[in-house]
Every structure is written in structure tokens, then in C-alpha cells.
Design a binder for this molecule. Sequence first.
Ligand SMILES: Cc1ncc(COP(=O)(O)O)c(C=O)c1O
Length: 391
Amino acid sequence: MRGRGLRAAAPLVFGGYMIKFDINAFETPYFVIDEAALIHNLDILADVRARAGCKILLAQKAFSAYHVYPLISRYLDGTCASGLHEAQLAHEYFVGENHVFSPAFTDKEMPELLEMCDHFVFNSFGQWERFRERMDGKNCGIRINPEFSTQGAAIYNPCAPNSRLGVTREHFRADMLDGIKGLHFHTLCQQDAKDLAATFMAAEKAFGEFFGRMKWLNFGGGHHITKEGYNIEMLIQLIKNVSAKYSVEVYLEPGEAIALDAGYLVSEVVDIVQNDMNIAIMDTSAACHMPDVLEMPYRPYIIGSGEADEKAHTYRLGGPSCLAGDIIGDYSFDAPLQIGDRLVFTDMAIYSMVKTNTFNGIKLPSIVLHKANGNMEMLKTFWYDDFKRRL
Ligand SMILES: Cc1ncc(COP(=O)(O)O)c(C=O)c1O
């Protein structure tokens, strides 16, 4: 039954894209980066950048597939890194500005960061004080905490009570702004322009008196710009207003919006067991290959599937690890699943490849590039050594 190709016979349509790749082409599990979908997102972002007159950076934490950095760098201004290694990746593969923010920079990583990065965002005035003498010629900013949030999940809320991320107004040091060229806030997660507008108003209320002294303001990430229905015109207007009012350059640093719906994970049914319901054991793991399914949590879409009991045959899909909670979710299908069937999970480019791990020694999914010209290119395969080297 191997490669029976559960959905291969019918056209695989999702998010306006027809999946044209052969889902039986490679050994599972494997991620597929959809270059055409990526270009679609980049076109939208390039249009925002041009019409708003702002700069847009790739937040590498969401998507670090450096094989496509040369492509992305044709559309965007640069990258933002969460620390030394992301900064290095951008330095090697991305042509553009290299911004770095860390909750706390260390002395030992600073010499390399200084070689590679042009923009440094500090999380406290203590850090700024500690490193400012070494920042000659660098473009430095402070991350502020507007103490305002339009989202609920505490784990994704940098403005939750007692957050360590960003300087609150109470601790802001107006007397230490010499050499500071920008202010940065990041509070959003998968949100619309109206949430940014509300957040900006809160930031302006608390910190607006300093905006005029800055060269740039960075509105962080979490802007769901490439999601259908996002209010792009409102975003553009807001950026134009802010740039004009304060004579600043506005930066956005989305991660998710860049590779939204631009990736898949192809996995195979390895066994089917029963325990008051049908349970399919897959060769992909929620815990190891898509940890956000458990952490966020969220339910990935599988092409051709429905909610539990929506279609004739319902299965709980579980991973091959020992973790009892390694469950992807309950899904229904028109036909019974068979061992060897392949399922295609969508929107698997963002916060997936960057978060995989080898718990239980489980093999990492290979990474395939589905090029805009239709060709499939195997970028990476992983084996025992990848597990062993980490231990
Ligand atoms: C400082 C910062 N910038 C940008 C991002 C990217 O956010 P998103 O991928 O939601 O656009 C994040 C995400 O956590 C972040 O912490």
C-alpha cells in the first residue's frame, strides 16, 4: 500500500494554490518549501514596503531556510536575528541589513556580532550602558514595553505582567538616550492592522515624547500581512502617518507573514491501532516535528481532511515518540486510512523547521524545495549523525 497517495489522484488545492508536486516522490517525512507561494507573499510585502515607504525585515526565528535567502533578499531590506547564530546565518546568506535583538547580549558573543550586525536592539538600559562604548558606527535601539496587548495567550504576550521583554515607561531612562537611534516594540502575534494601530497608540501615549528624537521605529513582528483579509491599506496609512509625524523610518519584522502557507509536511501512516477509536501512528511527530501544535496549541490542516466525525472515517493521528501526548489531532477522511497512505499537512514552513528536535532519536524530516518552475530539489536529509552530534 506504500505511497497509495491518499490525495494524489485529486488536485490538491489549498489557499489558492494547486499542489502540483508528487507526494510520493521522496521518503517521508519531509518538509516541502513552496517557492511560488513564498514569492506570492514576498510580492505582497514588497508592495507594502514600496507604498508605505517602510523597511521590512525577515524575522529568521520563524523561517530560517537559508537556501531561499537569496530569493527573499531580492524583495526585503534585511533580517532580524534573535542572537548570534541567526545573525551569522543572515551574514552568510542574506544580502541586506542585519539587525539583532537579544534579551541579554553576552560579552563573549559581542565581538562576532559586531563583525556581522549593523543594528543592535537592547532590552535594557543596563545592557546599553554595558556595551555602548563598543557600538561605534552601529545603529542602536532600545526595546520598549508599551504594557498593552491585544492578544490573550500569555506565552506569546511580551506585555504580560512581569514580562522580561522590553523597558517599561517606569524604567525608561530619558537621560541615557545619547547614541540611541531607534525604539523597538513587539507585541503582536498573527494580528491585523487595527491591533497594530491600537498598540501604536499605547506606545505613543507612553513613549511618544521620545519618538521625535529617533531615526527609526521598529513595530516588531506578528503582522499577518499576507493572510487573506488583512487590512493592508490601514497598515500603509498608519506607517505613512507615523513616518511623517515623527520623521522616522518605520521597520516591520514579520516572520510568519513571509512564509505563511508556503510549506507542507508529507508524512506516512505507519500503523493503525484501536482503543475506543481508530488511531493512526504516523512517521511524523507533533513533539519533534511540529512542536507548536502542542505549545501554541493549534490544529494543522491536512489536505482532504475534515474535523472529527465530519467525514465518514475518523482517526486520531499520533506520532512515533514515547510521549503520550504526541497527538497531532483527530481528523476525518472520506475513505479509511491504510498503512502507507500519505497525508499532507499545510502551512508547515513557519515555526516548524526551526523548532524540530530529535527527542527519542526520531529522524528529522528532510527538506525539499518545490521550485516555481515545478522542479523538486532535495535540500537536506538527516540521519543518525544529526541526532548523535547534539549529545
Ligand atoms: C522581536 C520579534 N520580532 C519579530 C517576531 C516575528 O513574529 P511573527 O513571526 O509572528 O511575525 C517575533 C516573534 O516572536 C519577535 O519576538
